[in-house]
Design a binder for this molecule. Structure first.
Ligand code: PLP
Length: 429
């Protein structure tokens, strides 16, 4: 008889604490991110917990991603249910969730078609390729983008992004992009060359500091693009998905503006909140151009998997059913009015409130004395102190702190957030 050999004991579980996880990162993860000194373990709605058990109110939602908060049962259910049926088959075949999600997006934007990918940068890449295809036979390829814009970290993404810090060290920068000042129609008109094929802007600049496009700018760009036969492309990756109260920011910015109801861009990118934390990106192309990217011209293995699309469909269903767009718009208006109140009450700390709905910015005053001793930006120092006080937010640039809450944030949680912020602001006067 063979001797019975007991199976080897499993390796010990990595001690689930701050130091050991930090160590794994230091040793093994490419240090391309400036991370906060927080190790997070789980979440529940608008709260996140770190490995020490400390609770944070999450008003950053993973940079405008977790639009239903953390651990939403509907998302879990969609993941479980769909993963029992079919996770992936590739785009060699048709699947129902992708078709249904495309129809939902078209319904919310306008007559056109949708391509699915996995991230915001990739969605924008699709728009660049669409523009190049559109202008190819006339030798046009150049895309104008805005100063202070952000369009992702791929090589074309950093070329499109109107911020030097993302380009530094990665030269030569891909040709075909030029930057023009945001909200400046005359500058856009002046910058158009015989090679120009498209203009790409964010409806609300997110990374650039929460700066909405004006209605005049949007309508003016539309007319300019029509006149010069350019594609008007919009990056809705951060400001989209009901963050402004409407599905896309241009729908909110142009609400009630004469001529605004007819406005549509020619292409629109989406990601972030689209999957609520499950990776998915997409771009929509307006009807006349919707078939430009013909078979064989563009693709990605994971684009529009049944799993990703089932999650995105479920999120839209929850947003509709629970009327989260309307609710978040009201709560967003309240949050903004509270930041305005802070600016009035503590002008040496808070300069202004920016943005709309649930894409808000708190602009810090210059020269806050308590921040003078550190070389970290005021926004970073403010966010670090908010962490200590149990609130998570995201900085934008040097002076702005963003609030990007989940669409299902509760009024009481919004109140708690403002109370934490006000306490900190008071201590900095
Ligand atoms: C986050 C972001 C991107 C990039 O999205 P990734 O998913 O990180 O590639 C592009 N555009 C805007 C406006 C963004 O906020």
């Amino acid at each position: 008889m063979n001797e019975i050999v007991p199976p080897p004991s499993p390796p010990p579980i990595v001690r689930n604490d701050y130091e050991s996880i930090r160590e794994l990162f230091t040793k093994n993860v490419v240090p391309s991110y400036g991370r906060f000194e927080l190790v997070l373990s789980h979440g529940d709605g608008s709260y996140v917990f770190d490995v020490t058990g400390k609770r944070y109110l999450d008003l950053g939602t993973g940079i405008a991603v977790c639009c239903l908060g953390h651990a939403h049962p509907a998302i879990t259910e969609a993941l479980v249910e769909q993963s029992r049926k079919l996770i992936h088959v590739s785009n060699l075949y048709f699947t129902e969730p992708q078709g249904r999600l495309a129809a939902e997006l078209v319904k919310r934007i306008g007559d056109g078609k949708v391509f699915f990918c996995n991230s915001g940068a990739e969605a924008n890449e699709g728009l660049y390729k669409l523009a190049r295809k559109f202008g190819h036979d006339e030798g046009r390829f150049e895309i104008l983008t805005a100063t202070n814009s952000f369009h992702g970290r791929t090589l074309a993404g950093i070329a499109a992004t109107g911020q030097d810090k993302v380009k530094k060290g990665f030269e030569p920068i891909m040709t075909g992009f030029r930057h023009v000042p945001f909200n400046d129609l005359a500058a856009a008109r002046k910058a158009i060359s015989p090679a120009t094929v498209a203009i790409l802007i964010e409806g609300v600049q997110g990374e650039g500091g929460v700066t909405p496009a004006t209605p005049e700018y949007l309508l003016g760009l539309r007319a300019l693009c029509d006149e010069k036969k350019l594609l008007l492309l919009m990056d809705g990756v951060q400001c989209g998905h009901y963050r402004t109260g409407k599905f896309q920011s241009f729908q909110k910015i142009l609400e009630g503006v004469p001529g605004g109801e007819k406005f549509l861009p020619d292409g629109l990118s989406m990601a972030k909140s689209l999957g609520g934390g499950f990776p998915i990106g997409a771009f929509w192309v307006r009807a006349p151009c919707a078939d430009l990217l013909s078979a064989g011209t563009h693709g990605t293995t994971y684009g529009g998997t049944p799993l990703a699309c089932a999650v995105a469909l479920k999120i839209l269903e929850v947003i509709d059913k629970e009327k989260l767009a309307e609710q978040s718009q009201q709560l967003g208006a309240w949050l903004k009015s509270e930041i305005e109140r802070l600016a009035k009450t503590y002008p040496t700390v808070v300069k202004s409130a920016r943005g709309m709905g649930f894409i808000l910015g708190l602009e810090l005053a210059e020269n806050i004395p308590a921040f003078a001793t550190s070389d970290k930006t005021p926004a970073l120092q403010f966010v670090n102190r908010l962490h200590a006080a149990g609130l998570m937010t995201v900085p934008a640039g040097n002076q702005i702190v963003r609030l990007l809450p989940a669409l299902n944030l509760k009024a009481q949680e919004a109140g708690e957030g403002i109370a934490i912020i006000e306490n900190l602001v008071k201590s900095l006067v």
